[in-house]
Design a protein around this ligand. Structure first.
Ligand code: SAM
Length: 276
């Protein structure tokens, strides 16, 4: 995407003078769909944690492993992905449809660039759909005609809130209420995957707090780091699948970990819960 804010090249509804969560994340993953202002946010956060891009990479790697697990091990064939982000190398539908070609995926996002690219690139087959909705509004998401048409909510689903809930900017306690409202509506047998910025309450806590400060006071304007127990509260009413909520890098890694985790990798956690 070009940096220059030339109005004729900027999609409707996109403000190149404001950073967007999806574009900052795309920049962190090494994508091309971002503006200078998005990269500036990352550079600012990098003054607190030079390896900040690894936080995004670990989050995305967790998404891929979590989706692979859900598609391979649970028998679930319908996925609701809240906050899809911009299309990247391995998107949810590609990961799960490789294992189950008829797995249905509905992506939800509200970023105009994500919507434009998502419709073009993510809706690539009859089992994959995209809807614009507020992922912090359970009713809007679950009552969306697209969700209702393509997912059967009376049957178990995999519900994904990956790298999203830390961007909620309302009162701190509301996020648990939002998750509870979603979880209450899921059929028994459903799975919920969450990844979230972590304040590890150890020697890396200060780095987490500094990253939060930079994210929240940047042109992106959001990024709350929660403690492990605060993240566990988001799974209220669910049974956590082993190993529970842990660093994304440590959640069923692809192989032995020979390298020490850097400070940014210590600040992103994830887990999967099961609704009995
Ligand atoms: N889930 C992907 C992942 O983990 O790789 C992408 C995460 S990205 C950091 C967060 C996404 O959530 C962005 O695409 C952003 O546009 C979307 N998002 C943030 N707030 C939202 C809201 N209120 N409604 C819908 N989407 C939202």
């Amino acid at each position: 995407m070009p940096d220059a804010p030339q109005s004729s090249r900027v999609p409707v509804g996109v403000d190149p003078n404001r950073a967007s969560i999806a574009r900052v994340y795309d920049a962190a993953l090494g994508g091309k769909d971002n503006y200078e202002i998005d990269r500036e946010v990352l550079n600012k956060v990098a003054t607190a944690a030079p390896e900040v891009r690894d936080l995004a990479v670990d989050n995305r790697a967790f998404l891929i492993r979590a989706c692979r697990f859900l598609a391979a091990q649970t028998g679930i064939g319908q996925f609701l992905d809240c906050g899809s982000g911009l299309p990247t190398a391995e998107n949810v539908h590609q990961v799960v449809q490789r294992l189950n070609p008829e797995a249905r995926v509905v992506y939800v996002d509200n970023d105009p660039v994500v919507l434009a690219h998502g419709r073009a690139l993510l809706e690539e087959n009859e089992y994959t759909h995209f809807v614009s909705a507020d992922i912090f509004d359970p009713r809007e998401v679950l009552e969306s005609p697209v969700v209702r048409k393509h997912l059967d909510l009376s049957e178990p689903i995999a519900f994904l809130q990956l790298g999203t809930l830390h961007h909620y900017e309302g009162p701190r306690g509301d996020v648990a209420q939002i998750m509870k409202a979603f979880i209450d509506e899921l059929a028994p047998g459903s799975y919920v995957a969450i990844s979230h910025f972590l304040d590890p309450e150890n020697e890396y806590s200060e780095v987490a707090q500094n990253m939060e400060e930079h994210f929240r006071h940047s042109p992106m304007g959001s990024g709350t780091f929660r403690t492990l127990s605060e993240i566990e509260e988001l799974f209220d009413g669910l049974e956590l699948i082993e190993p529970g909520v842990t660093l994304c890098a440590r959640w069923w890694p692809d192989g032995p970990q020979l390298k020490e985790l850097n400070q940014a990798q210590q600040c992103i956690a994830g887990g999967i819960g099961f609704k009995r």
